[in-house]
Design a protein around this ligand. Structure first.
Ligand SMILES: [Fe+2]
Length: 190
């Protein structure tokens, strides 16, 4: 039987990679991208319950590093859902497994001196189909918005350089410049 790449193998490789590259986020996402692409090729290890929407958006926790070096979730966006414009505060890799997700990227262009206010400019967009892996690097490539364009729920694997569960993050209003704090919660299926 041919051994396939699975979540445990991905975690092992990512752990070694993060240990090697330390705080160099760009090096981590560059080296991690082909690993996540490889993981997406055979997702037979994924609990089918993690493909189910629970409201507009849900993050099922797949792995949490014991020293909080990284976390992995299966994220499901229901039909018609799009996220807010938001940040993460850490590096990230997002690989699409099922569906089509449009990602809009933004860059902050104000100097941060006005509390609760940010000016953003568009910094590109991508149409991400199954197998595509996109990245985040904080703070300069950390703000985006994702749309599920599929006629069914979309599922992507999100890898972040920390567990984002309950972590304060920021949402940005493109029209008014207002910044709002928010947080997301992971769902863990026993
Ligand atoms: Fe995001």
């Amino acid at each position: 039987m041919i051994a396939t790449y699975n979540l445990a193998a991905f975690v092992r490789d990512l752990d070694a990679l993060v240990a090697r590259h330390g705080d160099d986020q760009r090096a981590i996402v560059t080296a991690g991208k082909p690993l996540l692409a490889r993981l997406l090729q055979d997702m037979s290890w994924l609990d089918p319950r993690c493909c189910e929407p629970r409201g507009p958006s849900v993050q099922y926790l797949l792995y949490k590093h014991p020293a909080d070096k990284f976390s992995i979730t299966a994220t499901v966006f229901d039909v018609g859902y799009h996220t807010t414009v938001h940040n993460h505060g850490t590096w990230g890799l997002i690989g699409v497994y099922h569906g089509t997700e449009r990602e809009e990227r933004y860059k902050r262009i104000d100097d941060g001196s006005r509390p609760g206010y940010a000016r953003l400019r568009p910094a590109g967009e991508a149409l991400n189909t199954p197998g595509a892996v996109t990245h985040l690097i904080a703070p300069e490539e950390d703000i985006h918005r994702i749309f599920n364009l599929s006629p069914h729920p979309s599922l992507s694997i999100h890898v972040y350089g920390a567990d984002l569960d309950g972590r304060p993050r920021q949402q940005f209003d493109l029209d008014t410049g207002e910044i709002r704090e928010f947080q997301t919660r992971n769902v863990f299926l026993a």
